[in-house]
Design a protein around this ligand. Structure first.
Ligand code: PMP
Length: 289
């Protein structure tokens, strides 16, 4: 089990990797990032993550190193670990500058790649499902820092997880609602609910991250003729009363939820549609890697 970090042009042990205090990622959260999982040691859907990194950077007018350069750094860092499976965090900051908000005062973008053991949910969590709490912290408005941008500024999500864990220490994830009241997404995951036999997930319109896993799951469900609808509004009560609930993210893949705000979902076990999608997703990941 190893952790390696690409920084300043080299793959290093974590203790040897440093970032200057004048880096704008440190000062302002002025950065973009991606988290990518591996299967059989190969990055899962790396191209989709690189596409989203580019979209996030473009929205922030943040210059990225060349895609090839980033992918070579990822490959070199991944080659330096011996983990069963890893989680890869690709970070690009706007670089160093004076303590001055003006993005034009930044120097060169800074690339950091962290590769560490995957640390995903345990087999028991996939089998039995997890608990989530709907929190009062609202998802950012798309008119402020748009949730579609995967920036390094995650303080809102940090607050959400803090609230969920204070309320229920065993909560796995915090569910945030948009300012207009619709359920939006988890602090680091997208959300699906089965209501009346139909799979529903908040639409991009609600103000969420366009999750790579979410996109694959939507396509898999449609390809398998399962009823699925992206909805512009999902009330907290709809989620609490759903027959099945699950989360998606690159580190979790598909993770069943069996309790929302202390209320048991369905019969308290991962449901049939969730299980079907978990199997389909596993097949897709195997085929892709
Ligand atoms: N929403 C948020 C806020 C996230 O941080 C993440 C994790 N990157 C997700 C959703 C899931 O996205 P993905 O499937 O691309 O990992």
């Amino acid at each position: 089990m190893t952790i390696r970090v690409y920084s300043d042009g080299q793959v290093r042990a974590p203790g040897d990797a440093t970032v200057p205090v004048f880096d704008r990622g440190f000062l302002f959260g002025d950065s973009v990032y991606e988290t990518v999982g591996t299967n059989r040691g190969k990055p899962i859907f790396l191209a989709d993550h690189m596409d989203r990194l580019a979209r996030s950077a473009e929205r922030l007018f943040l210059r990225l190193p060349d895609r090839d350069f980033i992918e070579r750094a990822v490959a070199a860092t991944l080659a330096a670990v011996d983990n069963a499976e890893s989680r890869i965090r690709i970070i690009v900051t706007r670089g160093d500058g004076p303590v001055d908000l003006d993005p034009a005062s930044a120097g060169e973008p800074r690339l950091v790649v962290i590769v560490q053991p995957l640390g995903g949910p345990s087999p028991e969590m996939y089998e039995k499902g997890v608990q989530v709490e709907i929190v009062s912290v609202a998802r950012n408005s798309p008119q402020a820092l748009d949730p579609a941008i995967k920036s390094g500024n995650y303080l809102n999500n940090v607050l959400a997880i803090g609230e969920a864990r204070r309320r229920r220490p065993t909560a796995h994830e915090a569910i945030l609602c948009a300012a207009h009241g619709s359920v939006a997404e988890g602090a680091s995951s997208n959300l699906f609910a089965v209501v009346g036999g139909e799979i529903r997930t908040p639409s991009l319109q609600v103000g969420i991250l366009d999750g790579v896993t979410r996109g694959k799951v939507v396509a898999l469900a449609r390809g398998d003729h399962m009823p699925l609808r992206e909805v512009d509004f999902m009330s907290p009560d709809e989620l609490r009363q759903a027959n099945e609930v699950f989360l998606t993210s690159s580190v979790r893949n598909i993770l069943p939820v069996v309790q929302v705000d202390g209320i048991t979902v369905g019969d308290g076990k991962p449901g049939p549609m969730t299980k079907r999608l978990m199997a389909l997703y596993r097949q897709l990941v195997e085929a892709e890697t």
